[in-house]
Each structure stands twice: as structure tokens, then as C-alpha cells.
Design a protein around this ligand. Sequence first.
Ligand SMILES: [Mg+2]
Ligand SMILES: [Zn+2]
Length: 190
Amino acid sequence: MLFLRAPMNKAIFLDKDGTLIENIPYNVNCNAIKLVPGVVSGLRKLQSHGYRFIIITNQSGLAKGYFTVQELEKVRQHLEGLFNKQDIKLDGFYYCPHYSKGIIEEYSVECNCRKPKPGLLLKAAIDLSIDVSRSWFIGDSFSDVEAGNACGCKTILLRNKRSQQNSSKPYSIAVDFPQATQHILNSDQA
Ligand SMILES: [Mg+2]
Ligand SMILES: [Zn+2]
């Protein structure tokens, strides 16, 4: 029997808060969600170069009882709508609901998906046939870098004041999303 191998996709894994949208801790009010300037043009360029987009986000507010899965689902739909309006397709939205010291029992556990652990990335890669060696993680925190490195993709740290240094080394550092985009396209051409 002839067995056709599924084509492997390349993807940009994207942190949500402080990367795609302005960071408002635990916000699920869609009216307050604002895309960071430069994100749309960057995503468009990357999409035209064949990248899929997958959001990878820690949502400990679920374990802490700050909001519900239904409210987070509204945020996902809102974001997808914002991107669709710009002809940008969002292929996945993966979140970690856990926090070991939370109050909602089912989510108050140690898990393998809360960044810096790579569980969400690995699950997304399997679900969506992603070739991680051709993929990238863009995030504004060292836990994004650590998760991306652990799953075998290249990482870009968006430098901001909140970035708490650890021993993880990003593939490159960018001042903003357009610069991160440029680093990826330059690396592809090299
Ligand atoms: Mg962030
Ligand atoms: Zn988790």
C-alpha cells in the first residue's frame, strides 16, 4: 500500500499577552483587547511566507477562579475575529488553565503545559503536523523562550521591561513585532 506522508507545516507559536495584545493581567473583557501596533503587518508577511499561527498562553486565571473557560473562549473568538478581519488565519489557540496554588480544584495541579514547560507546544505540533525545527516562538518573557527551546523551535524574545531574566537564551532578541518578523524572514533566506 502506498502511504502518503502528511506534509509538515511550519508555524509561528505566539504568546498572547504582551506579544499580540497589550498586556492587561487576567483580562477577559473583549472591549479592552488591543492588538499591539505592528502585529498585523508582521503576521501578514509571515503568513505570505507559509507560516501557520498558533497562540500558546498561560491562563492561570482559570485555576485562580478569576474567569471561566466560557469567558476565555469569548476572548479566543474575539481575537480570531480581529485577525480574520485582516485576512489572517489563526490555526490554533492552546492554553494552560493550571496553577498549583489555585482555588479551582481541577486546575490546581502541577502540569506539564504551563510555560516554561513545553507541553502546549508539543501538543500543538502533533495536532497540527508542525515541523518544530522550521518553526518559531515569539514571546515577551523568558518562560516563552524556555518553552520554545525545550520543544526544539527557534525563539525570539520581545524585549520589554517586564522580562525577567533566566538562563534561557533566545535565538534572537527584537525590540518589537516587526523586527521579530524581519529576523525570521532574514533567517529563512540565509
Ligand atoms: Mg507575555
Ligand atoms: Zn497546564
